[in-house]
Structure formats: C-alpha cells, structure tokens
Write a protein that binds this ligand. Structure first.
Ligand code: MN
Ligand code: MN
Length: 327
C-alpha cells in the first residue's frame, strides 16, 4: 500500500465543485509511467483515443476526452456493494496512449508497447476506448505469456474474418485475431448480448466451432442475469480473464452515441447488474469501448460509459484484493 494514500484519492466534490478543475478520469491524479510513485498504483485508467478500426460511423477517438469530463460526476462508494475502489486500492489516470491517427499498424504497436510498460509495473489496466480494435493490441501485451479467458458484453461477436476484400484489422475482427494469435482461449470466452441483423452468421459459427460460448439476447432475457452470469463464472473459473464491454451492448435508447447501435438490448440497470456478477474473478484487465461523442448530442452515452467504467473498477478492485490475499 501507498506511503502517501492521500495522493491517490480523487478530488472531492465537497472540496472543489465537480464542474471545476482539470477533468481527469474520476478526478484521480495523473501519473506518468516513469513517475517514482507509479510503483504504488494498483489500477490504472487509460484512454486510447483511436477509431481507425471503425467500419461505418466513426467518432470513438473522442471517447476518452468526453468520458474524462463526464467522469467527474462519479463519487467514491458503490451504492449497492459498498466497494470503495479509491480507498481499497490506489488508482491513477495514466493518460492517453499516444496513438497515430494516420497509421493503423503503428498505432497497434504503440498501444501494445504502452500496455507492456503498464503490466511491467504490476498495474491492472482499465481502458476507455476507442473503437473495439484497441482490445487486440491491449491483449497482445496482457496475454503475452499465456492465453486469457474473456467475458465480453457486446451486441456483436467481433469475430469476423475481414472487411473490404479481406482486410483483417477492424473493430469487427479483434477477437478472431486474438484467438488465432493464441491470446484468448476460445473455450474460456463468453460473449453476451448478441443481436442485430447479420452479414451471414459465419462469425458465430466460427466461434462456436472453437468452443466460444455465445449467449444471444433472447437467451439472455429468457434465462435472466443471475443464471447467465453464473454460467459465465463457471466457464472462466479462477483463470485469468479479460473483460471487454462494448457500449453497444446497452440498448440505444440509453446509449445512442455509438457507431453500430442495435435495438432490443439491456437497459442501464441491467447493464450495471451484469458487472456486479464479476466480483472476485481473476480479472487482469478491462475495457469500455465504442462511445462516440459525435453521435451523442446530450453527452448521455459518455455518462453511461463512465458509470459502467466505475462498475468495472469495482470488479477490478475485488480482483486486486483477491490477488493481494494470495501473495
Ligand atoms: Mn458492438
Ligand atoms: Mn464490439
């Protein structure tokens, strides 16, 4: 634990009004990876302002900036579970990865290199995207030594093979690449919330043939959250997992500011509930992706996004505590 715990506490809204000051993620201190205090950080919040993997409506590059702004409304204690991530762990805003908006391959390398430095410092990353392609370079760092399991909330599988004549790196393909590269164990992947018109369904067939558990939205609502999440927990067990959360998992009535909205999805309460079922799992990293401010005239989608990030932060806090007890 930190010798200077106060440094890692967010600026309180009771001291400085929430509309004042420079917006960092959840009003946390910003810390460079080379700062001496970095060794005290348990969980790092990171922006990846990239949308060059988007196949249709762009704008997710603006996600981290707007989510930082809206995240100043987040308080400290979880209302239902009473988890208090900022007192139980040390959290910091690690800034944005310096991506190159004109270079896809270059950006992929930059993201992986940044996350390698993050995990070398024993920091568990919580990422704000960015389009969903960014999960792939993150996984290349996190799963360097062994394949991970994954619990994935999304309206889409993101298991497609290629677009535009077989181009392999888009926000519709990251998890196909991650399985092919041995970064994810398909038998320990659970995808939840799938819906929307399809190209041909070959993405689901490819995943299921390799052992991916795909829970379409009809099954999700018929069985209910507790039953579905209990199955997800039993599939991943105590193995290290990544949690990836696409904002389009949530119904566009609640989160319209995203590139690929699909109707017939969970409401915001259900969107929170699923994350509360992830506590004490061995989560080694998580992301919240695809918030696209240009399609979000009210700012409401970014608010939903950072509220889910707080849920994920609480789940990561339980994971950090479990790992702490084990050492
Ligand atoms: Mn999606
Ligand atoms: Mn996605």
């Amino acid at each position: 634990m930190s010798i200077d715990k106060r440094f890692f506490e967010p600026v309180s809204g009771a001291e400085l009004p929430r509309f004042a000051g420079i917006p960092t993620f959840m009003r946390l201190p910003v810390l460079d990876l080379d700062d001496a205090r970095i060794s005290d950080v348990d969980i790092g919040l990171i922006g990846v302002p990239w949308d060059g993997g988007t196949t249709n409506r762009p704008g997710a590059r603006h996600g981290p900036r707007q989510m930082r702004d809206l995240s100043t409304m987040i308080r400290s204690v979880h209302p239902a579970t009473k988890i208090s991530p900022f007192t139980e762990t040390n959290c910091a805003d690690l800034g944005d990865v310096q991506i190159n908006p004109a270079g896809l391959d270059d950006t992929m390398e930059r993201v992986t290199a940044f996350y390698q430095r993050v995990i070398e410092r024993n920091i568990t990353p919580l990422t704000a995207g960015g389009d969903h392609l960014i999960s792939l370079p993150v996984l290349r760092a996190l799963a360097k030594d062994r394949p991970l399991g994954m619990i994935h909330f999304d309206a889409h599988t993101d298991l497609n093979d290629g677009y535009f004549g077989g181009f392999k790196l888009t926000h519709g393909t990251p998890f196909r690449r991650a399985i092919e590269e041995g970064l994810l164990d398909p038998k320990k992947i659970v995808q939840i919330g799938l819906r929307g018109t399809m190209y041909d369904g070959s993405d689901m067939e490819w995943g299921r043939a390799r052992g991916v558990t795909i829970i379409e939205i009809e099954e999700f609502f018929e069985r209910g959250i507790s039953d579905v999440m209990a199955e997800a927990r039993s599939i991943v067990g105590n193995d290290p997992i990544y949690v990836s959360y696409d904002i389009d998992f949530i119904d566009p009535a609640f989160a319209p500011g995203t590139g690929t909205p699909e109707i017939g999805g969970p409401n915001t309460f259900q969107a929170q509930q699923v994350v509360r079922k992830l506590y004490d799992l061995n989560i080694v990293g998580a992301d919240l992706v695809e918030v696209s401010p240009p399609f979000d005239q009210s700012g409401g989608t970014a608010w939903v996004g950072v509220s889910i990030m707080f849920e994920l932060l609480c789940a990561l806090t339980t994971a950090v505590k479990v790992r702490r007890r084990a050492t």
